[in-house]
Design a protein around this ligand. Structure first.
Ligand code: FAD
Length: 429
């Protein structure tokens, strides 16, 4: 196979590896980060890329990719080292996920749901306020979840969407957890639940409601419900435009009992995180950063006659092709710059400027990835949009990014406009 930008070879020595999206020297990454991100890139390019078309065609979940992620330690990428994980920070995870997204969008997006259960309960929760007893209890509980992932390869998902206003952050989740002896009884419904039927635990966002109490967002719980629990069912089909391998079917919970150890975060901590650690919602973007790079990589290779299995197509001498590639490169660098800055400055209590930049980064990546794929198809032409080549899948997968709550492209525009013009509490009355 001919690769345009070979930098090193795969562990098997057979494939010339693509250059990283973010050059470690130019972007000042340390050796440990560089090695972990390279591990993600190598498995993405050499293993996941080859399986992506079949999972997309059949809308099947890439179970074997998860076995591979476990084998190379990436299932536990954000689990603290003392619990057996790789212990990476937010930025390193984001850069690794972008490399996976470059080769298989569905794997990267579902891996994000899994990793968030450890990132939010791990480094992110460490930044939040808890008293010593609650922190000790959280430490004991999260160790249970981390052990399952590190030792057994358990897969976690993250269903929060319900079809109402809750996923956008407007109201309390309609899925309710009633406290009972030793745990909770959960009832509710989640739509677009990626990994439905394939995760071992569903990391459900729900509202703790005592008998006769009003539901409140402050009482949001984050519970890892075992997939095999009595009362859990997966319904409906999944035949969407893109991200078909995510298998995001509907989950129903009918009087499901879960024990107290199912809590991925203590009471009140998800609410605190949503207020104080807003970059937690930017984690859907790395997948699409990778897709943006994939659209560009493909277009350059195609015009250079380097796509495996395609005859050389002599088109790169035309100025229109060169201008289109120049526009793509400029767009890609713009996306990379703002996104890298946003994922690098993710932290507790960001400034207003940092929050607005995070929305702008999310918008730029989600809309930009699809703009690049659109331009790539127009520029390469008809033969490049056949399903035998990855550009067509990148085009469909990238269209999904702007729809992802809570930071859809529309809601990002909404928030930037409002928060730039009004300080907290200000009104025109
Ligand atoms: C491939 C894929 C995988 C997914 N995986 C998961 C998953 O694993 N877990 C999960 O929880 N969800 C997941 N989602 C769900 C996703 O976040 C949305 O919930 C889903 O796309 C359905 O949302 P909707 O567009 O129908 O929402 P609606 O709430 O009906 O929104 C429709 C549009 O209206 C706009 N809108 C919504 N609320 C407001 C508002 N208050 N003000 C102004 N505009 C508003 C938004 O721009 C939105 O795009 C996934 C979605 C996709 C496409």
């Amino acid at each position: 196979m001919t690769m345009q930008v070979g930098k090193g070879v795969s562990a098997t020595g057979r494939v010339a590896l693509d250059a990283p999206i973010f050059d470690p020297v130019a972007f000042r990454l340390n050796d440990e980060q560089t090695a972990i991100i390279a591990r993600a890139r190598e498995i993405g390019q050499t293993v996941f890329a080859g399986r992506a078309a079949a999972h997309d065609r059949d809308a099947t979940f890439p179970t074997e990719n998860y076995r591979d992620l476990h084998r190379v330690g990436l299932l536990g990428i954000a689990i603290p080292k003392k619990h057996g994980g790789l212990g990476v920070d937010y930025q390193t995870y984001a850069l690794a996920a972008a490399e996976i997204g470059r080769y298989c969008g569905a794997t990267a997006l579902t891996w994000n749901m899994h990793v968030c259960s450890t990132l939010w309960s791990g480094p992110l929760a460490d930044d939040l306020d808890m008293d010593a007893a609650i922190r000790a209890e959280h430490e004991r509980r999260r160790a249970i979840h981390y052990k399952r992932i590190v030792e057994d390869g358990a897969i976690y998902s993250q269903p929060f969407s319900e079809g109402g206003a809750a996923a956008a952050g407007g109201v309390a989740f309609g899925t309710e957890a009633k406290p009972v002896d030793g745990g909770w009884v959960v009832n509710g419904k989640k739509i677009f639940a990626s990994l439905a039927g394939h995760a071992d635990y569903y990391g459900v966002l729900c509202t703790e409601v005592e008998e006769g109490e009003q539901a409140s967002r402050r009482n949001t719980l984050y519970l890892a419900i075992p997939a095999q629990s009595k009362g859990v069912s997966v319904v409906g089909d999944w035949d969407p435009l893109g991200m078909r391998g995510t298998v995001s079917r509907t989950l129903l919970f009918k009087d499901v009992f879960v024990s107290e150890d199912a809590a991925l975060m203590p009471r009140g901590i998800y609410y605190q995180a949503a207020l104080r650690w807003p970059h937690m919602f930017l984690t859907l973007s790395p997948t699409y950063m990778g897709l943006a790079q994939a659209a560009y990589d493909f277009t350059v290779r195609y015009l250079r006659g380097e796509v495996p299995g395609m005859p050389p197509i002599k088109r790169r001498m035309y100025p229109t092709k060169q201008i289109a590639v120049a526009q793509m490169q400029i767009k890609l660098e713009q996306i990379k710059a703002i996104w890298f800055q946003a994922v690098t400055e993710a932290q507790a209590n960001p400034s207003k400027e940092q929050v607005l930049r995070a929305y702008a980064a999310q918008y730029s990546v989600m809309e930009g990835a699809n703009e690049l794929a659109t331009l790539g198809i127009r520029t390469c032409g008809g033969q490049a949009m056949l399903k035998s080549l990855p550009l067509e899948r990148v085009y469909r997968d990238s269209r999904c990014g702007a729809l992802m709550l809570p930071w859809t492209a529309e809601l990002c525009l909404d928030r930037i406009g409002r928060e730039a013009l009004y300080e907290a509490g200000e009104s025109d009355d």
